[in-house]
Design a protein around this ligand. Sequence first.
Ligand SMILES: [Zn+2]
Length: 328
Amino acid sequence: MAYAFEKLPQLVDKRGKLPRKGSYSKRTKKITDRVWHHSLTLSHLGGSDAESFADYHVSLGWPGVGYHFVIEPKNKVYTPKGKRARIVYANDINLRTYHVGDSNQFSLGICVAGDYRTEKLDDATKATIDELQEALVRDGIGQRDKSHQEMPGYSWKACCVFDYQKVFAFLNGEIISNTSPKTYVIQEGDTFWGLANNIDGITVNDLIVANPGVDPKKLKVGQKINLGKAKNAYTPKKDKPKKAQETYKYPLPSGVLSEGNKGENVKKLQRALNAIYFKCGTADGIFGSKTKDALSRFQMVYLPYEVDGVYGPNTRKKLQAVLKSKGF
Ligand SMILES: [Zn+2]
């Protein structure tokens, strides 16, 4: 089965076809970090592409180019969705390439050609970064994004400089920070607190409830942790009566709403989605394809196991929580 990232129209597969001298070995750890770099070479110059980086890295004595993906702003691709910067798939994601020292074993290297200390990303490049990141999240490749300088031992490095989190929100105003895998295998140094911190919408209490029989104080390397059922597993005891919906800025309707429905309740849903930047256009009270699309995108981020574009009790609960977290 092909990965979603392999289907991006702006991607060219140059695995094995770039200058090299030998080969990288396979990684022995799962990819947890998607690490973003820039090349420090001005993006329009001849040397600002995967081919030249490969030449340079081989001259350093490396087996080949150190990144898995190179985004080339100077090479534009015209896709059905608009102009994009080309992505070169340079090394198989399962190879342990050189780009973050001790962290290579579990890191994916993505380099955006250019020097963003002085240059600005153009829209075609932002769109490509956004789409590649989103595809990798969908594919379950890695659990979090980091810039080179956020990796252990590299705080001195001016890489990748641009605000990558902001770029991930370029196309839709949304950031997909995680799709939680169904299970996770405990690695050295893991804690429930650390896991909960890295997975959107899962709390330590959720993990405890979803994993009866696992002692959070005695996690063992190799132990399997259930994540798929962890979301909302823990229901806090309610001692206060719920606030009436109409006192909220974006009151949410109860019941089920789906494509084809019309009326005031649909309007409420549309206003709420728009408020948290899952844009569905004007709140016209008609549940059409735009509303379904916005709702599905919301579910992909917050309820990845219930993506059906239908508004029901679970979606309502999550939407309420997200509105609250945004200060509404
Ligand atoms: Zn770097």
